[in-house]
Design a binder for this molecule. Structure first.
Ligand SMILES: Nc1ncnc2c1ncn2[C@@H]1O[C@H](COP(=O)(O)OP(=O)(O)OP(=O)(O)O)[C@@H](O)[C@H]1O
Length: 266
């Protein structure tokens, strides 16, 4: 691994146990993420994108088995960590933003409490320092009246606002890697672009590397440096955004490009 690589996934094979026996769902997937880089992962529904992300986060369901491969964050092989060690990595070095913000929040707990729990689990900040950092990050994601927001409950916020809160919490830990799985799917296109821009700026500012999963090639084109195309559990093509859009090589990539509505965002 060179000095700039923060995450390295090598020859990852995942299978799930089904009543019919073991079924391979991720097949020999390898990729590297460098500091500050945005790597897009695109593919049809069911192609294995989420399972790949969950494996990196150490959050695969029990029926899924990593049969082969390694996942290194810096010099640590994540697959050799125990549950406690993995828990302390998540949130701090490895952050995740999933597609359904509501499910990530406990409806009975204020935004402030969610924030403080993450900050105080992973840092030695005092209550006052953690509160100040939380307000700063809420403001960084473009949320109005961040101090007031700390006292509000998740149901009082729109989906887009909750998504921003999730990004603020994730980025406040200055993670080495952010995994964003369809982070803007629930938003309209104007809010989608605003949120992507803010996420991108925060990642650049903190040199956080991002694995951005989307079935929307417009989102990928807008954000990513490189793109991987996944089909039936395998990476069938990996190229820079410009190359992939201008000279796709794999028939499946050509099909995805032809199937997209409208034109490229950038
Ligand atoms: N417990 C399970 N039993 C059988 N198959 C499973 C199980 N869990 C996941 N799968 C299969 O694994 C494959 C990969 O799923 P995954 O959620 O990673 O796809 P995805 O590319 O993220 O799709 P989407 O874009 O819809 O989120 C799918 O075909 C899914 O049906």
């Amino acid at each position: 691994m060179d000095n700039h690589t923060v995450l390295s996934v090598d020859h990852l094979h995942i299978s799930v146990s089904t009543p019919q026996g073991m079924k391979r769902i991720v097949n020999d997937v390898s990729f590297q993420l460098k500091k500050g880089e945005v790597l897009g992962l695109v593919g049809a529904s069911g192609s294995g994108k989420t399972m790949t992300c969950l494996a990196v986060m150490g959050l695969l369901q029990e029926s899924a088995i990593i049969e082969q491969g390694t996942i290194h964050l810096g010099s640590k092989n994540l697959l050799q960590l125990n549950a406690n060690q993995m828990r302390s990595m998540r949130g701090k070095d490895l952050a995740v933003i999933m597609q359904n913000p509501m499910s990530a929040f406990n409806p009975t707990i204020t935004i402030g409490k969610h924030f403080m729990e993450t900050l105080r689990t992973h840092t030695s900040f005092s209550r006052k320092e953690a509160h100040e950092l939380a307000v700063t990050y809420l403001a960084k994601t473009g949320l109005p009246h961040p101090a007031k927001l700390m006292d509000q409950y998740p149901f009082q916020l729109s989906g887009g606002m909750l998504q921003r809160v999730m990004i603020a919490i994730a980025m406040s830990m200055q993670p080495a890697v952010l995994i964003a799985d369809e982070p803007t799917t629930a938003l309209d296109s104007v809010h989608q672009v605003q949120l992507l821009e803010q996420m991108y700026e925060l990642c650049q500012e903190q040199e956080t590397a991002m694995l951005l999963v989307s079935h929307d090639l417009g989102v990928i084109a807008y954000m990513a440096d490189e793109v991987m195309v996944m089909n039936h559990g395998s990476i069938v093509e990996k190229a820079s955004v410009a190359k992939l859009f201008d000279q796709p090589e794999h028939p499946y990539t050509c099909m995805l490009l032809q199937a997209r509505p409208g034109t490229r965002l950038s």
